[in-house]
Design a protein around this ligand. Sequence first.
Ligand code: MN
Ligand code: MN
Length: 307
Amino acid sequence: MAAPRFTGVRTFMRLPHVQELDGVDVAVVGVPTDSAVGFRSGARFGPEAIRSASILLRDHNPALDVNVVETLSMVDFGDAPTVPGYHLETLERVEAFLRPIHERGAVPLVLGGDHSLAIAELRAAASVHGALALVHFDAHPDVLDRYYGVADHFHGTVYRRAAEEGVVDPAHSIQIGMRGSVHAPGDLVAGREVGYEVIPGDELAAIGPAALGERVRDRVGDRPVALSFDIDFVDPAFAPGTGTPEVGGPTSFQALEYVRSLGALDIRTCDCVEVSPPYDPAGVTAIAAAGFCFELLSLRALFNGLR
Ligand code: MN
Ligand code: MN
């Protein structure tokens, strides 16, 4: 309350922009890239928009009864280096940027960026923590094999690659919320082919948040978690600024309930991806994304509170 929230340089949650990791629990990192999308681009502007929307976030989460800012020491670590059009190079640079954060015991909160960045995020995390339990909210499974005959690293292939590379442990991983039109029957649950548990969108709506929380906790146990939140999990009425919108998703309220239902998780890396501000002149997508980032931080803060 010392200065109006709209003043100052716009870091995430008005955190200090430093690359100092002593005593840091969470380092917020932007990954401004959209070189690996199959439809609408613009997610390179996602990190900036989420940061700008996040300045209204305050310290305490009353729904989970946790004070994020008092529990976690957090910094805005800045943006990872990216090279537009040279996507494999981008992935290498992003991984190298994130790895020291893990080596120093901090948790990255990654602001995307298209979802392909998650392979770099997971490689960096797994290099220190081993294979992670993936908790993946998305309208899409992202387990396609290849785009256009050549593209192995694309936003719709990332969790097939992650399973193949062993940076996630599919037997303790879960995908949540898949919906929309598909190429063939079974596509929404295609993640089962690589070993993931899958709760598609219609089943999610039927079981509700309490049962979801139980299913996720049963699946991941006490393993280190990678939590990924693709903003297109939320209905495009609430998050229109994204590359591949799918109608018929949760409201932002329902999506908050789903995330909160997970409770304390040992999150070692997390992200909010696929925010494409040019398709959303009202900016509601970035407001939603900032809110979901706050919930992800809250789950980590709950876990720290248990220790
Ligand atoms: Mn995705
Ligand atoms: Mn998606």
